[in-house]
Design a protein around this ligand. Structure first.
Ligand SMILES: Nc1ncnc2c1ncn2[C@@H]1O[C@H](COP(=O)(O)OP(=O)(O)O)[C@@H](O)[C@H]1O
Ligand SMILES: O=C(O)C[C@@H](O)[C@H](O)C(=O)COP(=O)(O)O
Length: 331
């Protein structure tokens, strides 16, 4: 089964939300207290997805607010150099800074991220800075859940979603739940449900759907899809880490994607690489089963490398891995 996109649109995907900096531990297998060097990459889930999409050959754009300093300029240049249209980046004039994510790689199974996100520029994107004509140019608007965590970014996102729906632009909601960004689970659930109900495609991990459902315990995929299919979504993707992922369609089909064997260095970056490749496959006319393979293969490549953004693979790398067919089978 395939998903239809409006072929008349100039852009394949426009992502909205944070473009930040990842500082990834250069020395592995030790706690951050003992890590002395970090490598700098562009980061932030929607920026990573835009970068992954562009590397896969999609025409990508970005809407976001960056700091008026060296970090903001680094982000803008990197994204522009990988082919992303950065004309709708807004430069913050009130002194807000770029968000930083320090990563700790204690072992492949034990990775964590230490975020510096106090008063960050990306959460100051205002509704007036979201341009209808720009959104109207794209097949897809990719919305990151974290951008809903604070005003005015929250209202900017809600406006963008409304404009996308008005202009036949498919809304993809990547739940991207970062608990520290939110006041409470209750608050997250309110805004996640609001946007998920309006989206065309929702992508998240089981944990993230639990947050949307304001639940401290693991919910059932069946209940999640029964709820969301009463609203706009036509496709729901629920990821289960190394156990793979499921795609559910409104017409009742269920597809499973298996993870590919790889030499795992760290686990972060999996979700963003998965989203970019999964969407690229759908937008370029592939069926949902193939899109699941693309997402899984891309994620398995990125978890074997040091960064999230820089490590995003090409279509050839993804297809080579799919052809090897070395999947991880966990019941
Ligand atoms: N250890 C792993 N080895 C290979 N692939 C993995 C591994 N962990 C995750 N993946 C792939 O990445 C996808 C997304 O991972 P997941 O952990 O569910 O999302 P997120 O990174 O958003 O938390 C999975 O569906 C799977 O295909
Ligand atoms: O999203 C962030 O702000 C941090 C990312 O840049 C970082 O690379 C990361 O955590 C990606 O992990 P994922 O969301 O599991 O793909």
């Amino acid at each position: 089964m395939k998903i239809n996109f409006n072929a008349e649109k100039e852009f394949d995907i426009i992502a909205i939300g944070r473009a930040c900096i990842d500082l990834n531990a250069v020395e592995y297998n030790r706690p951050m207290e003992e890590t002395m060097t970090f490598s700098k990459y562009v980061g932030g889930s929607p920026a990573n997805i835009a970068i992954g999409s562009s590397k896969l050959g999609l025409k990508a754009g970005f809407i976001g607010k960056i700091s008026d300093d060296q970090h903001g300029r680094f982000i803008e240049k990197y994204m522009s150099d990988v082919g992303i249209d950065t004309s709708n980046f807004v430069v913050d004039k009130e002194g807000h800074k770029t968000g930083l994510a320090f990563t700790e790689i204690k072992s492949p199974e034990e990775c964590s991220i230490l975020m510096y996100r106090q008063d960050v520029a990306d959460l100051y994107l205002a509704p007036s800075e979201v341009d209808e004509a720009y959104i109207n140019k794209s097949k897809v608007l990719l919305v990151s859940g974290t951008a809903l965590s604070k005003s005015p970014s929250r209202e900017a996102i809600l406006k963008a979603v409304n404009l996308a729906k008005k202009n036949d632009v498919k809304v993809i909601f990547e739940l991207d739940y970062r608990p520290y960004s939110w006041e409470s689970l209750e608050e997250t659930a309110v805004y996640y449900s609001l946007v998920a109900e309006q989206a065309d495609i929702v992508i998240g991990t089981r944990d993230e759907y639990d947050a949307m459902e304001n639940s401290e315990i693991e919910g059932k995929n069946e209940n999640t899809v029964n709820y969301l299919f009463k609203h706009s979504p036509e496709l729901i993707v629920i990821k289960h880490g190394v156990e793979g992922s499921f795609a559910y369609t409104k017409s009742g089909e269920v597809f499973r994607g298996l993870a590919y064997k790889t030499n795992v260095l760290k686990t972060f970056g999996a979700g963003d690489s998965y989203a970019s490749a999964f969407l690229c496959a759908l937008i370029t006319g592939k069926d949902i089963e193939t899109a699941l393979k693309y997402g899984s293969a891309s994620a398995s490549i990125v978890v074997s490398k040091h960064s999230s953004s820089e490590a995003m693979p090409t279509v050839e790398e993804i297809e080579q891995l799919i052809a090897k067919n070395e999947t991880i089978s966990i019941a």
